[in-house]
Design a protein around this ligand. Structure first.
Ligand code: NI
Length: 170
């Protein structure tokens, strides 16, 4: 099933998500639904809080369906390595139409569990590194706008307030 995406302003996006302890069919169904929801929203990454579920689970496919092997499921992920720097435009399904330059590490290693509970490590660069950081941030209640200047962040928040008032947000 396709879940609607939760937009900025919902408190679920700004609180730390809960550790996942059960690796059962429900989790596997949720993972399938998250990929479906992510593709339907034209995203390359989605964290469970973005569909209103406060659990430490994220899915990523930086190739957007091109390479089935690129599909990545992260359960209880932690960033364990960061190297170098990259600056590039970043966006988020929960902040549609806002894109800002964000500086992040260029090579990132994550440690996470798969849907069966097995721990693995994955290293990625460029867009994948950015996605690993962005999605893990989500699970810690952190949005990409926390990585831009206070001035830009306030501007974005003001624009969103206007959209909310106009009934054009959510
Ligand atoms: Ni996001």
């Amino acid at each position: 099933m396709i879940y609607p995406i939760v937009f900025y302003g919902d408190p679920v996006l700004e609180k730390p998500a809960e550790q996942i302890t059960e690796f059962n069919d429900d989790l596997r169904k949720l993972v399938d639904d998250m990929f479906e929801s992510m593709y339907a929203a034209h995203g390359v990454g989605l964290a469970a809080p973005q569909i209103g579920i406060s659990k430490r689970l994220a899915v990523i496919d930086v190739t957007f369906k091109e390479n089935p092997n690129a599909k990545l499921v992260l359960v209880n992920p932690e960033i364990i390595g960061r190297e170098g720097k990259q600056t590039g435009k970043e966006g988020c399904l929960s902040l549609p139409d806002f894109h800002e330059n964000v500086t992040r590490a260029n090579v990132v290693t994550v440690r996470a569990q798969d849907v069966h509970g097995k721990w693995f490590e994955k290293t990625g660069d460029d867009l994948l590194a950015r996605a690993l950081l962005h999605e893990t941030d989500h699970l810690n209640g952190r949005l990409f706008i926390s990585h831009v200047s206070a001035l830009k962040r306030d501007l974005i928040k003001r624009k969103i307030k206007k959209l909310v008032k106009a009934g054009e947000w959510a």
